[in-house]
Design a protein around this ligand. Structure first.
Ligand SMILES: [Fe+2]
Length: 249
């Protein structure tokens, strides 16, 4: 009964432009039909408009590259991105579409990818990588090291979401010492992924271990959560105080 009533009386939130301090969203899944993100152009356009409404002026879209679940090809993603950009412009979307990167899962297919790297980079400089949410992949530190030796700057997506990575544990610190940039998800700060991820995201901010914040927007449900988050004063304070690198992109 309580959840039924809370659905009926759910508070209506208006978007507030608190993310203007970041300028650029550098992690979202808004190329339609290529991963578990947006399902159609209309949904992408609605999400892009929401990003603008909560304060972003630029967006870099980062489809999943994950073997074998999302066997995306870089050239195909670029074509689809260009088509989305054309349609968004036609629809009057105001946020600047500043390019397409990828979110590369370090999985069993990643070593092969490294032999002939064609990474779509975030801001033409960084490769955004993610780990499995369930278990650590053996040898992933070595693969990150290999990427760095090849001259890539590596950003790890949402470290707060991996249950096996803890702020107090040595592993997160080791990655930081290895020169890996950390990107937390904005929605983690509102508890969208649960209390543990929320707590870890705040702990990471306190430790000064965060360089980037991304929305990781997949669809309109995420966009709605982002509007709600834009009314969170604690998050607003974080954005006022903390120096993120998003606006360097
Ligand atoms: Fe993502």
């Amino acid at each position: 009964m309580a959840s039924f009533l809370s659905k009926i009386f759910k508070k209506h939130y208006e978007p507030r432009p608190i993310f203007a301090a970041l300028g650029t969203d550098m992690h979202c899944h808004l190329v339609p039909k290529v991963d578990d993100g947006s399902k159609c152009v209309e949904e992408s356009i609605e999400c892009l408009n929401t990003l603008k409404a909560v304060g972003y002026n630029k967006v870099i879209i980062t489809p999943h590259f994950q073997y074998p679940r999302f066997p995306n090809d870089e050239d195909d993603i670029c074509r689809r991105y260009d088509e989305l950009k054309r349609q968004a412009t036609e629809a009057g979307v105001e946020i600047e579409m500043a390019g397409v990167g990828g979110e590369y899962r370090i999985d069993s297919g990643f070593a092969k990818r490294l032999e002939n790297p064609r990474f779509l980079q975030v801001g033409g400089k960084y490769v955004l990588v993610e780990f499995s949410l369930h278990q650590q992949m053996m040898g992933c530190d070595e693969m990150i090291f290999d990427m760095q030796m090849k001259g890539y700057e590596v950003i790890l997506a949402h470290p707060e979401r991996y249950p096996y990575l803890n702020v107090a544990g040595s592993r997160m610190e080791q990655l930081k010492n290895q020169g890996v940039y950390f990107q937390i998800n904005a929605l983690s700060l509102g508890g969208f992924y649960g209390e543990e991820a929320k707590h870890k995201a705040y702990e990471m901010l306190e430790a000064g271990w965060v360089e980037f914040m991304g929305t990781d927007t997949h669809n309109t449900m995420y966009a709605q959560a982002l509007i709600e988050l834009s009314n969170d004063r604690k998050v607003e304070k974080v954005l006022e105080k903390y120096k993120f690198m998003n606006n360097t992109l």
